[in-house]
Write a protein that binds this ligand. Structure first.
Ligand code: FDA
Ligand code: NAD
Length: 426
């Protein structure tokens, strides 16, 4: 059996939702577009899963956070897809792809043919087994990538209230989930191999602010080490985490957030890969001209830094998805994607934004004992990155703007003295 479409989006996450919205804005006929997703629900704003979804009171639940509410645009419910003649093939994994024949084979045995394919398969959570530790499937051990993981995590959190959680990993998942656990009255110990949290982005000084804040909420940090094994009870439920230094941490539950791998496997040997993702040009087009790739799975040219990057953040997924559709529908009017990297997080009452690149010298500014501070990164005499905690909308817009302008800096001490004022007055 089989069906044929003009456009197929493979993957039903954030990028898929924003791509579908753009297709409709630019005019797609009924029956031309199909989205195939392993998940059983229409595209939604994945960032909600580590934030509102985990709240003990009035938690976020679908259909409230379907795409595109993350950018205050219309909410694309299953009804919306139906009304626009977009086929949603949900709960269906694509198990092989043939880019020469332009076909996808689903796990249900259907062959779906496309003229143009947008790959938006995102990424999978790295498992502890890939680091030689077993126990990922045990009761009480949680990962967080999709709705099924989030539902499982919510159940485990409810049964662990008042108990102990160990969070493995000091990145985004670790930090955001630790905050949600504290809010749910669960004692948290964070374990990670680096010297400080958010090591891929934060400076030691910035990290220290957040760690102190977390400590004030009762979170404990065990840094510079990794887990080597779990202890389980007779029902195979986790009871403790054993660390390399011999420490045993009692645990009613564990959350593991140790990074991701892009879902490229369907296309290995068929499309050019780079930096772990599907290599695309400034139109998000892969080495096969009928196949585009967007979101976590794509490695694209970041014009402002004259190099290709694979970003794992929602803003880039949304904008790249819209750009790919523009390039497909109106190729002659669409220029190269020109994206300024943007990352953010919200935990407890805190909220930060980062733009650009965290390379070169760092100049911190503001009040690190209060809740409004930041940093600039200066590389080869130019501002290339900016970070701000506790800013207003206008202040965030100002740091984004100066990062894009890359102003020349002669005196780092002067930049430090001007602080946020430098961005606001430029
Ligand atoms: P995404 O993962 O959203 O979607 C991929 C889809 O493809 C999934 O539906 C998957 O099931 C499907 N799929 C994969 N293989 C398939 C196959 N073979 N067949 C069928 N379907 C297949 N970023 C940020 O900037 N700020 C934030 O606050 C957060 N918060 C956050 C929280 C949590 C819990 C996570 C996991 C991630 C974030 N992120 C984030 C990252 C952000 O969510 C991420 O960058 C985007 O979701 C990427 O969008 P994609 O569409 O590329 O992948
Ligand atoms: P991450 O890359 O942010 O952090 C991974 C962390 O894993 C590292 O900081 C390190 O502490 C830890 N680690 C690595 N190897 C380890 C090991 N062997 N043992 C123990 N710890 C180890 O990845 P993540 O936190 O898992 O997040 C997954 C994805 O979700 C990322 O793509 C991230 O961008 C995305 N996400 C983003 C946000 C946001 O932007 N606000 C929020 C949540 C998730």
């Amino acid at each position: 059996m089989g069906r044929a479409f003009v456009y197929v989006i493979l993957g039903g996450g954030v990028a898929a939702g924003y791509a579908a919205h753009e297709f409709v804005k630019r005019g797609v006929s009924h029956g031309e577009l199909c989205i195939i997703s392993e998940e059983p629900v229409a595209p939604y704003e994945r960032p909600a899963l580590s934030k509102g979804y985990l709240l003990p009171e009035d938690p976020a639940r679908l259909p409230a956070f379907h795409c595109c509410v993350g950018t205050n645009e219309e909410r694309l419910t299953p009804k919306w897809y139906k009304e626009h003649g977009i086929e949603l093939v949900l709960g269906t994994r694509v198990k092989s792809a043939d880019v020469r024949r332009k076909t996808l084979l689903t796990a249900t045995g259907e062959t779906i043919t496309y003229k143009i394919l947008i790959v938006a398969t995102g990424a999978r959570a790295l498992k502890l087994e890939e680091f030689g530790v077993s126990g990922s499937d045990a009761d009480g051990v949680c990962y967080l990538r999709d709705l099924a993981d989030a539902n499982r995590l919510v159940n485990v959190m409810q049964s662990s209230s008042g108990g102990n959680a160990v969070v493995i990993g000091g990145g985004y998942i670790g930090m955001e989930c630790a905050a949600s656990l504290v809010i749910s009255n669960i004692n948290v110990t964070m374990v990670f191999p680096e010297a400080h949290c958010m090591a891929r982005l934060f400076t030691p000084k910035i990290a220290s602010y957040y760690e102190e804040f977390y400590k004030s909420k009762g979170v404990q940090f065990v840094k510079g080490t990794v887990l080597t094994s779990f202890d389980f009870d007779s029902d195979q439920k986790v009871t403790a985490v054993n660390l390399r230094d011999g420490t045993k941490l009692p645990a009613d539950m564990v959350i593991v957030g140790i990074g991701i791998r892009p879902n490229t496997s369907l296309f290995e040997g068929q499309l050019t890969l780079e930096k772990g993702g599907i290599k695309v040009n400034g139109r998000m087009q892969s080495s096969n001209s009928s196949v585009y790739a967007v979101g976590d799975v794509a490695t694209f040219p970041v014009k402002i830094f004259s190099e290709t990057r694979r970003l794992e953040h929602v803003d880039s997924a949304r904008k790249a998805a819209r750009h790919a559709v523009a390039a497909i529908i109106e190729p002659e009017k669409t220029t190269e994607f020109d994206y300024l990297p943007f990352f953010y997080s919200r935990v407890f009452t805190l909220s930060w934004q980062f733009y650009g690149d965290n390379t070169g010298d760092v100049v911190h500014f503001g009040d690190f004992s209060g809740n409004r501070f930041g940093a600039y990164w200066v590389n080869k005499g130019q501002v290339v990155g900016s970070f701000l905690e506790g800013g207003t909308k206008e202040e965030y817009e100002a740091i984004a703007k100066i990062t894009r302008l890359k102003p020349a800096i002669e005196d780092l001490a002067d930049l430090e003295k001007q602080g946020l004022g430098f961005a606001l007055t430029l």
